[in-house]
Design a protein around this ligand. Structure first.
Ligand SMILES: [Zn+2]
Ligand SMILES: [Zn+2]
Length: 99
């Protein structure tokens, strides 16, 4: 326990008890700021996670087109700009392997 709400590195309130809207500008889908809506692995961000919170329509997980005609398993939820960065890096399945 203790993760229901907390302060994010950017000063916003995070946690699954926090009602929020998708961070995409034009999207007003209701979400919470739990890990199930987080882009990346940690609220503080990640090489391929911006730390934003997005609705399920704007998060990618699982088999994602790697941009080179292949499909790779995404390491965690990613929003669209982060998917682009991940593709540009070759679609690593474990982002901790890269510098
Ligand atoms: Zn992102
Ligand atoms: Zn959305």
């Amino acid at each position: 326990m203790g993760y229901a709400s907390y302060t994010l590195p950017d000063g916003r309130e995070g946690g699954y008890a926090v009602d929020a809207e998708c961070d995409l500008d034009d999207c007003t889908a209701d979400i919470d700021r739990g890990l199930g809506y987080l882009c990346g692995q940690n609220p503080g961000g990640h090489p391929f996670g911006c730390g934003g919170y997005f609705c399920s329509e704007h998060l990618w997980l699982g088999n994602v087109d790697d941009g080179n005609g292949g499909v790779r398993w995404s390491p965690h939820y990613m929003c669209e700009p982060c998917v682009d960065k991940w593709r540009a890096a070759g679609g690593p399945e474990d982002p901790d392997d890269i510098d």
